[in-house]
Ligand binder design. Structure first.
Ligand SMILES: NC(=O)c1ccc[n+]([C@@H]2O[C@H](COP(=O)([O-])OP(=O)(O)OC[C@H]3O[C@@H](n4cnc5c(N)ncnc54)[C@H](O)[C@@H]3O)[C@@H](O)[C@H]2O)c1
Length: 262
């Protein structure tokens, strides 16, 4: 049976992180050649080596996704290594400090917007031209359920993730007729270091926070990184050929209802 991404060249940012790496594992199993991008070189190299040891093609590329030259650099590296870019998971992100909007540290606001929104824009800015030139490609941006609702204490993260949907829709409308699709995923509460970082600031214990936030989902649990990766793999594939400018909720049904049974 032909694999879903056989021979495809795919860039994943935030590839050393939980959702990024879980997605890399899925894409690699589906036959993709990967350019894995992250700012954390040590963790990234370990993750890429793990995939290479399993027989996959995985190049580790250390870059700050918010730096123009670094983003141009990872797009160029993908072209040099693979000759094309078929898919792009534009996923790197940080949670930032938690504080009420009226007390939020201004330099932290700038920093979170820089990584989460400017970084996403730069990815689109430097990767999409290669896809347009080839007349084909698929992009998935990582938004959040915080793109749809307020997140008390996380104004910078929340603003950036609302912006992620805007970037997705606008880019999707610009390049659809050039053979390129752009969608986003909106993960809910997913068990990752990013989530643990937030829970440490919000709850007495991470376990209590996990249980409490799990209850916001109709499925009554937090999600796993793999459950995001599977949807990303689909959206990057030809099976999603008529999906464009969409936001896919991967939240156990949290946004679907107001739970009244807890
Ligand atoms: N975990 C959740 O519950 C959740 C929910 C909704 C959305 N998200 C989003 O999912 C994405 C992945 O997050 P995760 O949960 O896997 O967290 P994570 O912390 O495990 O992974 C994020 C990765 O991004 C990298 N990174 C951070 N800043 C960078 C930069 N400037 N340049 C390059 N790489 C950088 C980090 O080193 C890390 O490896 C993020 O965009 C996050 O906002 C997560």
């Amino acid at each position: 049976m032909t694999k879903r991404h056989e021979g495809n060249a795919i860039i994943v940012t935030g590839a050393a992180g939980a959702i990024g790496f879980a997605t890399c594992e899925i894409l690699a199993r589906e036959g993709a050649q990967l350019l894995m991008v992250d700012i954390d070189g040590e963790r990234l190299e370990k993750r890429a080596a793990q995939l290479r040891d399993a027989g996959h093609t995985a190049i580790a590329h250390v870059a700050d996704c918010a730096e123009e030259d670094a983003v141009a650099g990872y797009a160029k590296e993908a072209i040099t290594a693979f000759g094309r870019i078929d898919g792009f998971f534009n996923n790197a992100g940080i949670e930032g400090t938690l504080a009420p909007t009226h007390e939020y540290p201004i330099d932290e606001f700038d920093h979170v917007l820089r990584v989460n929104l400017r970084g996403m824009f730069l990815g689109l800015r430097f990767v999409i031209p290669h896809m347009v030139a080839a007349g084909k490609g698929a992009v998935v941006n990582t938004a959040s359920i915080g793109s749809e609702r307020g997140l008390a204490g996380a104004c910078a993260y929340n603003a950036a993730k609302h912006g992620a949907v805007g970037l997705t829709r606008t880019a999707a409308s610009e390049v659809a007729q050039k053979g390129v699709r752009v969608n986003c995923v909106m993960p809910g509460v997913i068990e990752t270091p990013l989530l643990v970082g937030m829970l440490e600031q919000m709850f007495d214990s991470v376990e209590a926070g996990m249980e409490k936030l799990g209850q916001t989902a109709t499925l009554n649990r937090v999600g796993q990184p793999r459950e995001v990766g599977d949807v990303v793999s689909f959206l990057l594939s030809e099976e999603a050929s008529y999906v464009n400018g969409a936001k896919w909720e991967i939240d156990g049904g949290a946004l679907a209802t107001i739970r009244n049974d807890i």
